[in-house]
Design a protein around this ligand. Structure first.
Ligand SMILES: [Zn+2]
Length: 193
């Protein structure tokens, strides 16, 4: 068969190239959650962050036992038990530890997991991501970038446009309901009088 002996090295080369491409794509893909690559939301706004650090005793004092267990000890609340997984009101979700704004209600979506789920943080630098290798899994841990409090985890199976799912414990969050629309209407009314 003419050229027969050359087929093997060629297909080996092709295989090597394919594997290199897969490896490169894999790296890019796994990097997406960390860097927030491909964001199409809120014009990449950044917030000023002054780090908050407290001693363990201080955290124990200001947090409830459940908040302390989750925010400071990387705990997880049981699914469908938190106060915010089914919250559909408009507003802003803040860190329960330091009050930093973390997520807006317009990026919250129904994930069916029993934990509040968002596809993007409120600002590009509000939520940090660490590699978490506990429990025999490699996961991406979401943390508050101001107090380093544990929030939950980030997964790559979220909705468009980011494809990310920030799976967050209710206990790590407080919720401020948005009231400006109502108050704006009130102001309009009083202007017309
Ligand atoms: Zn915080």
């Amino acid at each position: 068969m003419p050229g027969g002996p050359e087929v093997k090295p060629k297909s080996l080369l092709l295989l090597a190239l394919t594997m290199a491409a897969v490896a490169a794509f894999g790296l890019k893909y796994s990097g997406a959650a960390i860097s927030g690559e491909g964001k199409a939301h809120e014009a990449e706004k950044k917030v000023g962050i002054e780090k908050v650090s407290k001693t363990d005793a201080e955290w124990r004092e200001i947090l409830t036992p459940e908040q302390y267990r989750i925010l400071r000890k990387q705990g997880t609340e049981r699914a469908f038990t938190g106060k915010l997984w089914d919250n559909k009101k408009e507003g802003v979700y803040r860190c329960a530890g330091c009050g930093l704004e973390l997520f807006a209600s317009d990026t919250k979506f129904k994930s069916g997991t029993g934990w509040p789920s968002f596809w993007d943080p409120i600002a590009v630098n509000a939520v940090g991501v660490n590699v978490d290798q506990t429990l025999g899994m490699v996961r991406e841990e979401a943390v508050c970038n101001r107090c380093d409090g544990h929030l939950g985890h980030v997964f790559n199976d979220g909705p468009k446009p980011t494809g990310l799912r920030y799976c967050i414990n209710s206990a790590s969050l407080t919720f401020d309901e948005r009231k400006d629309e109502a108050s704006e209407k009130e102001m309009e009314k009083s202007d017309k009088k």
